[in-house]
Ligand binder design. Structure first.
Ligand SMILES: [Zn+2]
Length: 165
């Protein structure tokens, strides 16, 4: 969390419904500010975890549409574990409600309805090789094909990727 505080990257926090358990993190491509759309405090902990992942190169953004890149199941599990540690009750409204920290795992994330297509199944970061990326996105043939036909050597070469330098 200190890394986010000390970073030269500017973050801004946008409040959505304060009762909301789900938020979002995205890049404002006009201002270059990373925006955290947060509901309740526990959701803030979740999105702040993603900001930390950006700081350490586990997550990146698409510089044209502002969406997240390189998010894998491990990244979401970490964010939900932190959220759960802050306040277990907020995840209790979910049908797959976890009864302990160990229930907050990849299966939990998958059951939340995250399209496995868009989350990497194996850990990836900005240093991942083309082959590592193709493996992690093996459930999304569209991504696999575009990676295969690209001439990137690592995730850092992905066109329009914004990552922490
Ligand atoms: Zn998340």
């Amino acid at each position: 969390m200190n890394k986010v505080e000390e970073s030269t990257q500017v973050y801004s926090i946008k409040r959505i419904n304060p009762k909301d358990d789900f938020g979002e993190i995205k890049l404002n491509t006009e201002t270059d500010i990373i925006e955290l759309y947060v509901g309740n405090v526990s959701n803030f902990v979740h999105e702040l975890t993603h900001a930390g992942q950006y700081e350490r190169g586990d997550l990146a953004f698409h510089a044209i549409d502002g969406s997240t890149l390189l998010i894998d199941f491990g990244d979401e599990v970490e964010a939900y574990k932190n959220q759960y540690a802050y306040d277990p009750s907020v995840l209790e409204n979910i049908s797959t409600r976890p009864s302990s920290m160990s229930d907050v795992n990849s299966k939990f994330v998958a059951e939340l309805g995250y399209a496995a297509n868009n989350l990497g199944v194996a850990p990836i970061n900005i240093n991942s090789s083309k082959v590592d990326l193709m493996y992690s996105y093996c459930k999304n043939m569209k991504i696999v094909k575009s990676l295969y036909s690209s001439n990137i050597s690592s995730a850092k070469d992905i066109p329009n990727i914004k990552y922490k330098k």
